[in-house]
Write a protein that binds this ligand. Structure first.
Ligand SMILES: Cc1cc2nc3c(=O)[nH]c(=O)nc-3n(C[C@H](O)[C@H](O)[C@H](O)COP(=O)(O)OP(=O)(O)OC[C@H]3O[C@@H](n4cnc5c(N)ncnc54)[C@H](O)[C@@H]3O)c2cc1C
Ligand code: FES
Ligand code: FES
Length: 1336
């Protein structure tokens, strides 16, 4: 029986100290939506909707009537149904501080430490640190890192964010090396500041920081305390549009309800129920939520074990276990310690504070990190129902959902009992994931062994594995067969054989990585074996031999450290006027607004009257004929206004090969077929699911480069450059090697998904679009084509965007056209916000690349000839593929002078979504191939790679393979300094020593040089314009054609204008970029923004200053305001455009030569890693980057670009892995299955130096640094290579090998061949279709 509507209660909670009474609380509404759309608190951001990114972090505070304490904890608002909030106080970023009132020290420090770039993640970062400080006003650095583990940032590389948090730590000092506890000036390493060069290390001034005063924090509302203590609490019920929410207040009531509604989920943390509803379209008419019910919250410790209430969050569980561990003797706490280890890395802090023990145990995810350990530790579950209480063993049967161990649907878990371990009983948890924290395990395990007292004879053995099948599985037969055996190598060998026989992962298993997972099953078992042997030895060294010394390092997982490092840059000339900001590390112009949440992104803009929301319907086939589109059911959904298809496009539906709405046929999975416009997004989305499209598959379906080559399917003609005589040179070399390198693609994962607000005007067919783009002109062009109207009617406005990285160069034009068509058809404004999954599916990313090389060289490592071919997977339409392949070819020599060199490249047409621009534009892909063959040459010659690199590197003024002259002097300097200052040789020797002593962990170092091109080979792409107005009060408005993407372009423009006009920065304002103010602007990309717009702004300012000169000369002592007032009375125009014609570049592809680029940026990077050969995990120990910045206009912003790009590059080359089905379906569509680096991946020690050089061609002799750092990330890949090579050598594998990119844990593990990889069953590739395939 459904509860009646009339019983709906008022939902009462507080937001930022204000009481909220919601009379129509809808259980389907989450807090993120409520904050943003109902309360209009838009500081809290949407990044993924599934708890995986932290952009929506807020603090929830609750009063506990039992302890009389207030608990503050972070949550991801996207997973909190508002109905869960009854009696809670929510604090959002707006409640922490505001520019209008007072900013909070957390906000101030994050901004001033340069911890924001695009600012989209910043409110979430603020809330995570703020919540930590509410609980621990003087946190440790480890607590800061832990608090940030659930927050993704795609721009900064985290270092400055962590640093801002560390300023609150007690041990924090002024020195930026504070993590080491040593001053940077006293480092043993030669990492010193060379005073001769006048290098600075202070990017901010901590003396400016306001102190943290915890007494200033808002007081918890007393009304909520009264509500919590109310003895007459009664059942609450909230009735929504389709669902009912019931909150019982007594256990009896809960039992009654669960009996009446056995299928209703018990919503506790909602971290399992929420994502299932959102991503798997589950529907529940009734929810029961006993959150806060006292019977579910307790810890009961007895002599035998501990019982923990099912309502305890995983964070509370963590605290409770820590307490028990501190109280009890060590031998009793083995299970608890195993759980604690996994609790540290399970999801992020927000999820751990929401998810409950009961929810975790009941939902039994196959990847569960806790259940295998609980089972191994013999835990039991206490359940209650109308029939009374009973205990269920939390064992293999329960986890495998066997019918005999079924939890009945009307049963409620009250608590979990975990017995103490005993002296001869060992319990351990083991786990391997793509990323150390906040990533589901690839394979995990809980294992326990009980020995006959005083012996190593197995009395009981239990092994549970996660992520090897649809549930956690028990290796019970294996365990059974080993009872009575000694704990020795023979037992291990039998155990491995048996477990591989018992746990079978089929070759086409969902999730892929089949051989890797099989290997992990026994590698983890081996770790368990070693750990137990070690402990036995500790207990009785006489009886039980210790494990070999060389195996010791296999025991421990990598620790999570708090990163530290130094950033060095040139000091400002002491003679420079103090008012001139150029060269100073000025904070990002919008930084404070970012951290207070007051920076407005497109979806933060208030609703426009009559606006509609758009949802997309995308193709599910890679190549098919559209037979029919049936939208009738969709149109019947309440609130739906229209369904828009290709038929509705008034102009061109195909503009330069880019199709807006699929017509007749689809050419990739994810192509937009139609859109649905409705009054709410929920309605639009619901209706979109109801659109029925029938297809007929077409041949061929081309997904990979290999398939494209087979079908001769290309988007471009071949591009080629050649120098010397390649064929001839091959005849005279000592050795020739040939090989292939595969480099997979990358998802931009900008934190703000593509967003568009399209507003049709009533007059003259005008239309206005607000959107996040790198190229407003392109949007204007596409919209004009789609609507068949002149561009002059279209205004595209771009204020800021939450990261772009190339992904917002072309795609917003397509999406803009799609929205504009919908706006015109419906005659109403359209709000089009792509969900994360749609964004990842539709907009594609970096081009996967296949490199084929043939290299001829002498035995001393000198390369005489190289013949290389490159193919990129362009996807289904041209997009930027032609330009990318040109860049690939032109950049293909990197820093090396190969006298006989031929490079050819072609973009393949496939049935994947069209790949597009991405930071580095082909260079990060191609340069990895170069480094790979150089490394292979070194291996063949038995020489260290750095020596072969140095031998072949450009040394003096030279010509590139396309005959452009350049001077590599800064390259040599960066390289030399990098080797010296990183103590490369000494550390390499130390790593070799380490490797000799450790069999299962290996260290590797690599240093890479870089010659990176800036700008475009087409001259007119390098032009830029600006518009500067001086108002009569002296204030100045600067407008230019560049887009603020987080890189700080506007901040640098203020610095330029301030210097040129000789006025303080505070006089200068920058508002937005628009096609109305500066027409025909070229994209903001290619590291060129500051170069071209800096020159344009400079030009405008100089024109204005020239006009003002007569006035100034007449009154030299006058003020700026006086001069402006006077100029006006003398009818001097105070407004002008500025223009930069651009660098005069050219490339003649016929002749294969040209001055293709205005200049080069050089650099070198050195990284050191440690690899766990048993799991494939790696830890980045240290990175040193030397980047040729010439003269840095703003070192804070430039270092931010270098660091951010490096971390993004590191992600590209190591953990970011896109998974495609053989049919071309992208599986990885959320942060759950696409892992960008988090705070735990960044180097433990991270040093960045901006190297001074000259670059007279660019403004103030600067250089563009937006992209160059990306390739530096490959130093991690090659350091991994070095470590893996050491492992392989030790195992007798001396042949040169290739490490393709990304060097994922899977690839690393499977390349470290050993007895375990030899043992696993292998499948004949011709007998099955794999779950996912490589597309490069
Ligand atoms: C972003 C993210 C990352 C994650 N990462 C990890 C990870 O790395 N490792 C890992 O192991 N897990 C991970 N998880 C999963 C997480 O541990 C579980 O979702 C969580 O423990 C479920 O608890 P909950 O309280 O939120 O359950 P809910 O979603 O509230 O409920 C889940 C299910 O349990 C039932 N239920 C809840 N409580 C009871 C009760 N007392 N009695 C009977 N039935 C009950 C409900 O009916 C429902 O069916 C992650 C989840 C998210 C969202
Ligand atoms: S939007 Fe909530 S975690 Fe990503
Ligand atoms: S600043 Fe963190 S995502 Fe852009």
């Amino acid at each position: 029986m459904m509860p009646s509507l009339s019983n709906s209660d008022e939902l009462i909670f507080f937001v930022n100290g204000r009481k909220v009474i919601e009379k129509n609380a809808d259980p389907e509404v989450n807090l993120l939506f409520y904050l943003r759309k109902v309360l209009r608190l838009t500081g809290t951001k949407y990044g993924c909707g599934g708890g995986g990114c932290g952009a929506c972090t807020v603090m929830v505070s609750r009063y506990d009537p039992k302890t009389k304490k207030i608990h503050h904890f972070p949550v991801t608002a996207c997973l909190v149904p508002i109905c869960l909030l009854y009696g809670a106080a929510v604090t959002t970023v707006e409640g922490v501080g505001s520019i209008r009132t007072r900013i909070h020290p957390v906000q101030e420090r994050l901004a001033k430490c340069h911890g924001t770039q695009c600012g989209f993640c910043s409110p979430g970062m603020v809330m995570s640190i703020y919540t930590l400080l509410r609980n621990h006003p003087e946190p440790t650095p480890a607590q800061i890192t832990e608090a940030l583990g659930g927050n993704l940032c795609r721009c900064t590389g985290y270092r400055p964010i962590v640093e801002s948090g560390k300023t609150f730590c007690v041990e924090s000092t002024v020195c930026q090396m504070k993590g080491s506890g040593k001053c940077c000036m006293d480092q043993d390493e030669k990492f010193f500041v060379d005073r001769q060069e006048k290098m600075c290390t202070k990017l901010y001034n901590e003396d400016e920081f306001q102190p943290l005063d915890p007494s200033q924090e808002p007081i918890f509302p007393s009304e909520l305390i009264r509500m919590a203590e109310d003895p007459n609490k009664r059942r609450l019920m909230f009735q929504g549009e389709r669902t009912t929410w019931i909150t019982p207040v007594t256990l009896n009531d809960l039992v009654e309800l669960k009996t009446s509604f056995p299928k209703a989920p018990i919503v506790m943390g909602n971290t399992e129920v929420g994502p299932r509803i959102k991503f798997r379209d589950e529907f529940h008419p009734v929810f029961i939520s006993p959150l806060g019910l006292p019977e579910l919250y307790f810890v009961d410790s007895t002599d035998d074990g501990v019982t923990i209430g099912a309502g305890y969050s995983l964070a509370q569980l963590n605290d409770a276990l820590h307490f028990i561990v501190s109280e009890q003797p060590k031998e009793k706490t083995k299970t608890y310690r195993a759980l604690l280890k996994h609790l540290r890395t399970l999801a992020g802090a927000q999820i751990r504070n929401m998810a409950t023990l009961g929810g975790h145990v009941v939902s039994r995810p196959n990847y569960s990190d806790l259940n295998p350990i609980l089972a191994a530790g013999n835990a039991t579950i206490n359940v209650i129902s109308k029939e009374g209480e009973r205990q269920i063993p939390l064992d293999g049967h329960f986890l495998e959902r066997s019918p005999e161990a079924r939890l009945k649907s009307e049963e409620i878990v009250l608590s979990v009992y975990i017995p103490h371990s005993t002296q001869w009983h060992f319990v351990l948890g083991l786990r391997m994931a793509q990323r150390q924290e906040n990533a589901f395990a690839v394979v995990n395990a809980g294992m326990s062994v009980k020995f006959e007292d005083g012996t190593d004879t197995i009395k009981d053995l239990q092994m549970f594995y996660g992520s090897v099948g649809p549930t956690v599985v028990s290796a019970r037969q294996t365990c059974q067969q080993l009872i009575g055996r000694q704990w020795d190598d023979q037992m291990l060998s039998d155990a491995c054989r048996l477990v591989l026989g018992e746990i079978y992962i089929p070759p086409a298993a969902e999730g892929g990585m089949v051989e890797y997972r099989r290997t992990l099953i026994i590698s983890l078992l081996f770790k368990f074996y070693l750990k137990v042997r070690r402990r036995l030895n500790k207990m009785d060294p006489q009886k039980f031999p210790d494990i070999p010394e060389k195996f010791m390092s296999a025991l421990e997982d990598f620790p999570i450290e708090t990163p530290r490092g130094i950033q060095m840059f040139q000091c400002v000339d002491p003679y420079q006027p103090p008012q001139d900001p150029v060269g100073h590390p000025i904070m990002h112009q919008s930084a404070i607004k970012h951290t207070t949440g007051e920076a407005v992104f497109v979806d933060d803009m208030p609703p426009v009257a009559q606006e509609l929301f758009l949802a997309v319907v995308t193709s599910t086939r890679a190549h098919a004929k559209i037979m029919a589109i049936d939208a009738s059911e969709a149109l019947a959904v309440p609130g739906v206004v229209d369904v828009i298809t290709a038929e509705d496009v008034p102009g061109d539906n195909n503009h330069h090969g880019e199709v807006f709405y699929a017509q007749d046929e689809v050419i990739c999975v994810g192509q937009i077929v139609c859109t649905v416009a409705a009054d709410t997004y929920a309605h639009a989305r619901e209706a979109a699911k109801k659109v029925k499209i029938t297809y007929e598959d077409l041949e061929p379906r081309i997904i990979t480069i290999e398939q494209a080559l087979k079908h001769n399917s290309f988007l471009t003609v071949e591009k080629k450059i050649e120098q010397g005589n390649v064929e001839q040179a091959f005849k005279y070399v000592d050795q020739i090697i040939e090989g292939e390198v595969h480099m997979e693609g990358q998802e931009h994962f900008y934190m703000e998904t593509q967003t568009i607000l399209a507003i049709p005007k009533e007059e003259d067919k005008e239309i206005v679009l607000h959107l996040g783009t790198q190229f407003p002109t392109h949007v204007q062009e596409f919209v004009a084509a789609a609507l068949n109207i002149p561009r002059s009617r279209i205004g595209c406005h771009m204020k800021r965007t939450g990261g772009a990285f190339g992904g917002k160069v072309t795609k917003p034009a397509l999406l803009g056209a799609v929205s504009a068509v919908a706006a015109i058809k419906t005659g109403r404004p359209i709000r089009f916000i792509l969900e994360r999954g749609d964004d990842m599916l539709i907009t594609a990313g970096r081009h996967p690349l296949l490199g084929k090389y043939k290299v001829g060289f002498m035995n001393n490592g000198v390369i005489k000839a190289a013949d290389v071919e490159y193919y990129i997977n362009g996807g289904c339409t041209p997009d930027e593929s032609e330009l990318v392949i040109e860049f690939v070819v032109l950049k293909s020599e990197n820093a090396y002078n190969i006298p006989n060199f031929r490079c050819r490249g072609r973009a393949c047409r496939t049935n994947l979504p069209s790949n597009t621009a991405f930071r580095g534009f082909g260079f990060p892909q191609v340069a990895v191939v170069v480094e790979t063959y150089i490394t292979a040459v070194a291996s063949q010659c038995n020489l260290p790679p750095e020596q072969v690199k140095e031998i072949n590197m450009y040394k003096r003024i030279s010509k590139t393979a396309y005959k452009q002259t350049f001077n590599p002097e800064p390259l040599r300097r960066c390289w030399k300094e990098c080797l010296e200052k990183s103590s490369f040789s000494a550390r390499k020797l130390a790593a070799e020593e380490f490797n000799k002593k450790n069999y299962w962990k290996k260290r590797g170092l690599a240093v890479i040089p870089m010659k990176f091109t800036i700008g475009m080979p087409t001259a007119y792409y390098n032009q830029g314009a600006a518009l500067v107005h001086i108002y009569l009060d002296g204030s100045v408005l600067v407008i230019h054609g560049g887009c603020e993407l987080g890189q700080g372009l506007h901040t640098k423009m203020i610095q330029v204008a301030s210097r040129e006009l000789n006025i303080p920065e505070s006089y200068i304002h920058l508002s937005e970029t628009s096609t109305i103010t500066v027409p025909n602007a070229i994209f903001t990309a290619g590291s060129l923004g500051t170069d071209i717009y800096g020159r344009a702004v400079q030009n405008a300012c100089q024109i204005l200053m020239a006009r003002l000169q007569p006035v100034i000369r007449k009154n030299p002592k006058g003020t700026w305001e006086e001069w402006i007032a006077k100029a006006f009375t003398e009818s001097i125009s105070l407004s002008t455009t500025g223009y930069f014609k651009g660098y005069q570049t050219n490339m003649d592809w016929e002749k294969e030569e040209g001055d293709a680029y205005p200049y080069y940026v050089y650099g070198a990077a050195c990284s050191e890693v440690e690899v766990d050969c048993l799991t494939g995990a790696h830890k980045l120990l240290r990175t040193d980057i030397f980047m040729d910045a010439a003269f840095s206009i703003n070192p804070a912003l430039d270092i931010g670009q270098v660091e951010g790009a490096f971390i993004q590059g590191m992600g590209l080359y190591t953990i970011e892995e896109l998974k495609y089905s053989p049919e071309g379906v992208l599986y990885s569509r959320s942060p759950d299955d696409y892992k960008i680096p988090t705070v735990t991946e960044i180097p433990e020690e991270f040093h960045v130096t901006l190297v001074r050089s000259r670059n007279p061609i660019a403004i103030y002799s600067s250089k563009g640094l937006g992209e160059a750092g990306m390739f530096m990330g490959s130093s991690v890949l090659f350091a991994i290579y070095d470590a893996v090579a050491a492992a392989r050598r030790e195992r007798g594998l001396t042949k040169t090998f290739t490490l393709h990119s990304p060097a994922t844990p899977e690839l690393i593990r499977m390349t470290c061949v050993d007895q375990f990889t030899d043992m696993i069953p292998r499948d004949d590739a011709s007998t099955f279709t794999p779950w996912s395939i490589r597309v490069s």
